[in-house]
Design a protein around this ligand. Structure first.
Ligand code: ATP
Length: 624
């Protein structure tokens, strides 16, 4: 068998060889990798670091220095660290963790930065409050925010040490929030002493998904590189066409200095030829980087289904489309239910409707300060149900030994120190057994109890600890009333939990399935970096209800606004270019076949415009 290497297959000198040459501790050269979807950026990153470690292990160890890698998500961090065998010579972190590691301990600088920032924010809010004609929801919120900032400013000198956790709640007067840490890092890193600390600690810094790295922070890294280029290598991996978050640096590629290496990977190793062609035409509107499929790539299938059906009503249409895809592709897995494909929706609530968890999701999502914890699953109320109640109920389906083990690991009643002090251990065990039985009985005969009933059992039996705010909500009782007209965070949070209490437990279970990332649904943005054999992209502006993206504009159903046209003409970002990039990301996830489902008021127009733009042929667009 003849083994063809990438060097032979690619018309450009191998990008991986160029990167390897750049990672030279004697003569470092920074680089910016041009690489489209599925071109193996993660592979290149891992290979480059492995080779550097092999060459320079002794020296890096002796000098106590580490190669640093910044990833976009915790999942990507874990994956890259795993592929590098958790080697202590390499530190892999998210941008938040990396920024904090750099600024942590500089308490005086942090305090002074906060002093200026808080004073500026207060002055801005004072101005807004002054200009509000009469008190309204916004002015009341501004006043509350102003008062809280003033309290924080007054208290600054009493805080000797600031704290921060990239994955935690960051509550308490000494805690910094995510935005502050990023902003401070952007300001401190390009100046001594952090400039030298960074270059001394990490002679090589590689940033994955660099197109979405916070803009000011990216500027800071570029400034560091410009000042210490003889002893610091900055490697940027990413794809400008996959910039889908708003704070990434616009036109990063144009800011790259001439003396950097600019390797390019042109081969798409993921998608079939038909999909490579499709993403090439979508991309052609944005830049000149085109890809070729890997040798021996399958042909693959693309279909677009355009419908006028009102959004969010009947999802059996999507099941019927999946059946059509099974016929067209000859792949029966398409028709095997939602688990047989990956369905990409624009907003989590759209998954909520399709998976049946909207009733628990929406009340939490509507409270600003709960949103992050909801989306990353760190909200204490979710942890209670996802990590404690659900495993106990699952164990109850097996045998009594598994059940008691699940309870032992989670119940405060079976905590060794609590048990040790219990006057009658046998009675305690009986109490636990009866509590578990009461909990399980709620679900007997396929009954779907209200979340309130489940919480009540946990509370009355003390089987599990409940978050204080949930207990407050239980005392007030379940509700389906609209949230109160207030800016009081605690009142809004308690109200959201009261709404949740009135929902069936099955909705919480569905949300848990969605959160564990094994669900067949994900958002357009959430699948960055991932790949799936069968992908169904749902395009539905009305159901998504957002304003940053507009597929109707991209597909010619709605005219672009004057601002969009002006922005496009001036090479600035617009809802058209943002949506085009998002479509590029979603379509390029498919390894075998792709169905694009377009819900729109004018399906004929959408059809005509994709055919005219030569994205798809007439045969590939189905009116349904
Ligand atoms: N050198 C290689 N040889 C064979 N397969 C490869 C190679 N590099 C990458 N692949 C495979 O190609 C696919 C795409 O790689 P990867 O996910 O790293 O691409 P990517 O550039 O990060 O993509 P995207 O930006 O679209 O997320 C993966 O299935 C990966 O295993």
């Amino acid at each position: 068998m003849i083994v063809t290497t990438e060097i032979e297959m690619d018309d450009a000198p191998s990008a991986d060889c160029i990167i390897e040459q750049c990672l030279n501790l004697e003569q470092p050269r920074s680089f910016f990798l041009y690489a489209g979807a599925g071109s193996g950026k993660t592979y290149s990153l891992v290979m480059a670091v492995k080779s550097l470690k092999d060459r320079e292990r002794q020296r890096l160890t002796f000098e106590g220095r580490q190669i640093a890698i910044i990833t976009y998500t915790n999942a990507a961090r874990d994956e890259i660290a795993r592929r590098l065998e958790f080697d202590p010579l390499v530190v892999v972190s998210t941008i938040h963790a990396f920024s904090w590691k750099m600024i942590q301990g500089f308490n005086d600088d942090i305090r002074e930065w906060l002093r200026v920032k808080l004073a500026n924010d207060i002055a801005e809010l004072d101005d807004k409050i002054r200009r509000a004609r009469q008190p309204n929801k916004t002015s009341l919120a501004n006043q509350a925010s102003r008062d809280s900032k003033a309290r924080r400013l007054n208290d600054l000198d009493n805080i000797p040490t600031f704290t921060y956790s990239p994955t935690g709640d960051n509550r308490g007067r000494q805690a910094l929030n995510h935005t502050e840490v990023i902003q401070m890092a952007a300001q401190f890193i390009p100046e001594p002493p952090l400039l030298n600390i960074l270059a001394d600690r990490h002679p090589v810094l590689l940033i994955d998904e660099s197109q979405d790295t916070n803009g000011p922070l990216m500027d800071a890294f570029l400034r560091v590189q410009a000042q210490v280029s003889d002893r610091f290598c900055l490697g940027l991996l990413g794809d400008m066409m996959q910039r889908i978050y708003n704070d990434g640096k616009e036109r990063l590629d144009e800011s790259i200095p001439d003396d950097w290496a600019k390797p390019e990977k042109r081969m798409n190793r993921r998608c079939p030829t038909r999909i490579v062609d499709l993403i090439n035409v979508i991309r052609a509107n944005a830049d000149t980087h085109q890809q070729k499929p890997k040798p021996g790539a399958i042909e693959g299938t693309v279909r677009m289904f355009c419908t006028q059906q009102a959004p969010g009503q009947d999802f059996s249409l999507e099941a019927r489309i999946a059946e059509r895809m099974a016929e067209v592709t000859g792949d029966p897995t398409w028709a095997s239910g939602t688990a047989g494909r990956k369905t990409l929706i624009l907003e989590h609530k759209m998954a909520g409707r399709r998976m049946g968890f909207e009733g628990v999701f929406t009340p939490l999502y509507n409270v600003d300060h709960l949103r992050t914890g909801l989306l990353d699953g760190t909200l204490p109320i979710l942890k209670l149900f996802f990590e404690r109640v659900a495993p106990i109920l699952q164990a109850a389906q097996k045998d009594s030994f598994t059940l008691m083990e699940a309870v032992r690991l989670r119940s405060p009643l079976l905590d060794p120190s609590y048990m040790k002090d219990a006057p009658d251990q046998l009675a305690l065990l009986e109490k636990v057994g009866s509590a578990v039985q009461t909990l399980c009985e709620l679900f007997s005969n396929d009954h779907d109890p209200l979340i309130e009933a489940v919480a009540q059992v946990l509370f009355e039996t003390s089987l599990l600890d409940l978050p204080d705010r949930l207990i407050e909500a239980m005392l007030a009782g379940a509700t389906d009333e609209a949230p109160p007209e207030t800016t009081d965070r605690e009142a809004l949070e308690t109200h959201a939990y009261r709404m949740l209490l009135g929902r069936p437990y099955s909705e919480m279970a569905a949300l848990a399935d969605y959160a564990d990332e094994l669900s067949p649904f994900d958002t357009h943005q959430g699948v960055k970096g991932l790949e799936f054999p069968r992908v169904m992209v749902i395009i539905n502006d009305e159901e998504a209800g957002g304003f940053l993206f507009s597929y109707d504009k991209l597909l010619g159903v709605k005219p672009a606004s004057e601002i969009d046209i002006r922005n496009e003409r001036d090479g600035k970002d617009s809802s058209l270019s943002r949506t085009r990039r998002l479509l590029y990301v979603t379509c390029s996830r498919a390894e075998e076949s792709l169905a694009i489902v377009v819900y729109t008021a004018q399906p004929e127009v959408a059809r005509a415009s994709v055919i005219e733009a030569e994205w798809l042929t007439a045969d590939e667009v189905v009116m349904i």
